[in-house]
Ligand binder design. Sequence first.
Ligand code: SF4
Length: 575
Amino acid sequence: MKITIARTAGFCMGVRRAVELALDASNRSHDSIYAYGPLIHNPQVMNILADKGISVINEIPDSGSGTVIIRAHGIPPDEREALTSAGFDILDATCPKVIKVQSIIARHAKKGYAVIIVGDRAHPEVIGLLGYAGGNGFVAETMDALTALPKFDKAIVVAQTTQNTVFFETVKQWAALQHPNYKVFNTICDSTENRQAEVKQLSSEVDAVVVVGGYESGNTKRLFEIARDAGKPSVHIETEADLEISQLGNARHIGITAGASTPNWIIKRVHGEIESLMVHNGRWLRRWLFALQRYLLLSNIYLAMGAGCLTCAAAMLQGIKPSFLYIFMAIFYLLCMHTFNNLRDITSDRYNDPDRAMFYQQNRMILSVLTCISGIAAMITAYLMGPLFFMLTLCMSFMGIVYIISLAPRQGNSGIQPRIRDIPGSKTVFAALAWGIVTSIVPALYGFGQIQSVTILVFFWAVSLVFVRTAFFDILDMQGSRIVGKETIPILLGEKKTMRLLKILSVLSAVILSLCSAFQMVSTLGFLLSLCPLSMFLFLNNYKRNGFSSGLRQGFFMEGHFILAGLLTIIWIII
Ligand code: SF4
């Protein structure tokens, strides 16, 4: 059984930009913020925006204050002027691709061309485009409407950016045959074209297709029509709650695609729902393995096992004989901190990782006990190692708690308590440093009694692995982080730059470790362990090529790099 998520599923560039602008504005400003018309055709996202204090206005009042966001579809120029005259500041989220169509229309309208827009008359984008036609614009929704239009001496034909590509091809043929003097501009957005082409291809490869998106979203409806016309069982759902697995027949390979206004977290929920329904209907062994994998991953036990493996590898790399004491100290300390963090992060996980949020809500008590037991176990292990390690673990635990919970008094009337975690990008950096200390510095202090030059090198290797892993998950969580106002590294740098940074760091880490191994600064284990950052690089490359993916497997694979370090160390010892 297999689930394939379309590479193009989810927010297109224009919608993502509009939602990000709106969320950033709401996170940074205390002024009133309005969206002029629903920002996107997705009720779940609109509810979140309402929770963030962004209300919708459908009419322009005579006077007002605050900021008005113009949605990705754009608006006619006279409405823009009316908003400014009413006293609003404008935050223009019109998609650059829509702006391009607006300028084509404005340029030709000025030269006396009639403007024919092939699209839905009532769609806000078409209403906006019509405003640029200088009173000489016509909308055609069907071929009949198009052929019924008067003959123009000179005219241009443009398409609504989300128009059906097949229909527009027919329009182009009609214009070439009947009106060769008309200038035709294919203004269908490539995001729409690619999405439609991919759903066509996907439909030929899978047994059934699930199309996710608002019931009012035109582009989602078109995706559903394409999938249905391909002859495969297809359903259009808004959220996972609408899914009836029986509608998909006995499908063994299910494809998921989503409209341009569907956020990632809804696609993740749908994927999770289908995955668990498929597993539920499968054999007992598969059910059991799935449940075990899920439990190990969500409870952070798998991550803690990885911490133990990484510590063992880092010790051997420094030429220190591994000791169960610091390996267990790393396992318990990191298990405690990560689980504590997840317990405090349920709100953002509702968007970033709905399955995790549900798991933490359902098992809050057990996980709280697990956090306490692992914290106490870390302290006991550190105590057994000596006073220095006990004090170090105590300080790090204190820092970990202060990082998550503010101990500072509330500020003024705002009631805000400053926290270290509110420092932009701090989470990824602090997590990597904490891992670096427990996996590399602690074994060095325990084994050598001091930090040596090789320790610095191994510290860099361990920190870079954890940094890449954490920042990668931050990339997956960007939409949810924006909603809850978290400023992670990908939000500060952008997805592309962060991805580039992670790739450079992975390659650098692999090259440095290999060179150090070649010049005998570390043992030949360095050659083997450079495979971990190299594998991360390949993973990032593959993610970039294949785009959106979800589910347990991805998390399991990324976290698995620490386990890989442990396995490679064991292989090296045996060889
Ligand atoms: S579908 Fe294309 S034109 Fe429309 S908002 Fe998205 S990127 Fe922009």
